[in-house]
Ligand binder design. Sequence first.
Ligand SMILES: [Zn+2]
Length: 345
Amino acid sequence: MQADCSEKMIVFGVDIGGTITKLGVFKRGGEMLARHVFPTGSKEDGGVLEVVADKIREVLSRGSITADDVAGIGVGVPGIVTKGGVVVECANIDLKEVYLQEEFGKLLPEIQAPVRVGNNANAAALGEMYKGAGKGREDIVMVTVGTGLGAGIILNGQIVTGYHGSAGEIGHLMVNEEETVPCGCGHYGCLEQYIAAPGIVRAAQQLLKEHPEIPSPLRSYSGGGAEEDLTLPVGIVPPPMTVEAVFDAAHNGDEIAEFVIGRASTMLGKALAFVADFAAPEVIILGGRVSRASALMLDSVTDSYKRFVYPALAGIPIRLAALGSDAGMIGCDYMIEQCLYGDKP
Ligand SMILES: [Zn+2]
């Protein structure tokens, strides 16, 4: 039986990523009092949740907040989470078949409060609905394009997880049967292989190789041909090509980068049209590293979206996310607000 936490004033919002974990300390109502960023734990340093618990204990040891002040802990993880709060599995971190309420109960017995958990793309969507680009709405879709591609679908103010906890995994829609390189999921030709950051870089590298006659600033990067540049001093390793470098080149009119970004924008617009046809949200929000890299992409994505969506939905606005990398933590805070107080944005 959970203690009544509705009078307590502090919420921890924990966004566990593949490499970095962010812990936000929130006051009731959503004000962020402090933010702690630290490497995500692994088996070697005691475990993912143990590292989070240590950090929470450290915050409590500073004295301004006591365990009795804590109204709840909201957690986002990069994986599949059931409606009942069980983390089924995560792609890059060591969490499998764990019931977080029980685990935190053991790790932090001094905190008598609810623990809520969700997929971190869904948490980011909740954050944007609570405080960001979807504020005041309750039917939104947030598509996050970063290392991977996923959608957080919120209908009537509630995250749609589906029975299996994996609703919104649109990155694995199969769009190219001819693909010979496998996706992280094991299939070939998934959407995220072309739109997410590694896919954009891979496409640029491939075109640079196929068209050695076209000059491009991207040739000074690794995979762009710099390895074959005999004028490079011995021992100098070219920098890795990033998606930001491809965007910069496109911004400066580079032919190859413009083509790659144009093609990715068209595909992303099509993907958004698919999600809109399915969920008919009030607003679509684009987040993640790729979306942040270029606001310029928004126009071409919107054009493509309008071309492919069911015509009655062509007017749905597509907006860039407003909270940046804080969205996940803010969404985790909101999970507790929603669980304790039934708040609507
Ligand atoms: Zn896949």
